[in-house]
Write a protein that binds this ligand. Sequence first.
Ligand code: PMV
Length: 318
Amino acid sequence: MPKTIATAPGKIILFGEHAVVYGQPAIAAPVSQVRATAVIQNSPTPGIRLIAPDLGSNILLSDANANDAVAAVVVQLQSAAQLQELPDLTITVSSQIPIASGLGSGAAITAAVIRALATHLGLSHLLSDEWVSDQTYEIEKIHHGTPSGIDNTVVAYERPVYFVRQQPRNRIEPFTVAQPLRLLVADTGIRSNTKDVVGDVRRQWQQDTATFDTIFAECGRIANTARKAIEKGNVIHIGQLMTENHILLQKMTVSEPTLDELVAVALAAGALGAKLSGAGRGGNMIALVDEEREPSVYDALLSVKAKNVLTTIIHPTN
Ligand code: PMV
């Protein structure tokens, strides 16, 4: 039986999470070595079967409940492509990206299913990165309430982006990376729900709009300065800006003790900068390192509370 396979990467937010929801610029990059994979096959039995071996789940689309992430993607694609009916299929989804950890696992699974399913159904003419991003965004809205759109953009385009949420179209600008950026990504092991954290920040913003608007504007200034530093290859300055961004995230109350400890330990072991990445209250932190200090920062992160540490390099662009 012919198979159609597609994958999508994880992502980290280098600058501007949360503030990006309020129209400030943010910078994010794919983490290509951890990926979500979708495999589509025609099925000899009736219906569309959704299989997620990692979760031990195997159900028919017709039996899926309203919260089923993959079922929602299939329904979304059928409606976007205006297909009257779908053939009998099995859709198998797996992911190396830890869930609820700020690495964009939900967006990556959605993007992988959209790419695989659209290819399998002969809809390749629809499959631009922009279209995959837009379709993924529709699903992100179901899970996250008010997503900025940065996660779906990075996993669909799979390149570093400077992103501003705006109407009628988001501003998505690729930019030059002058020097390789070597990052350690450390998992607190604490799962955190993006929708809850984003909702809590919104409540605080409603209660104290002036303070939060000032914090968000400062995050935006940092993201803009960081973009210039990345374009010039000023790695020391990029690191300093990451640590400044972490302090602003603490002010938003989205950090927590394990994230703060990992940031402090990374800096003490020689990281150029460190911050939480993603929604916060758990999930992952990132540390910018040079080649020389990488082993000591790696060991330091694992010796305290990191459950897992991976290295990712953002490569220079032309
Ligand atoms: O935790 P993640 O990977 O879902 O990242 C969320 C990023 C936020 O800025 C907090 C929310 C958003 O939609 O941009």
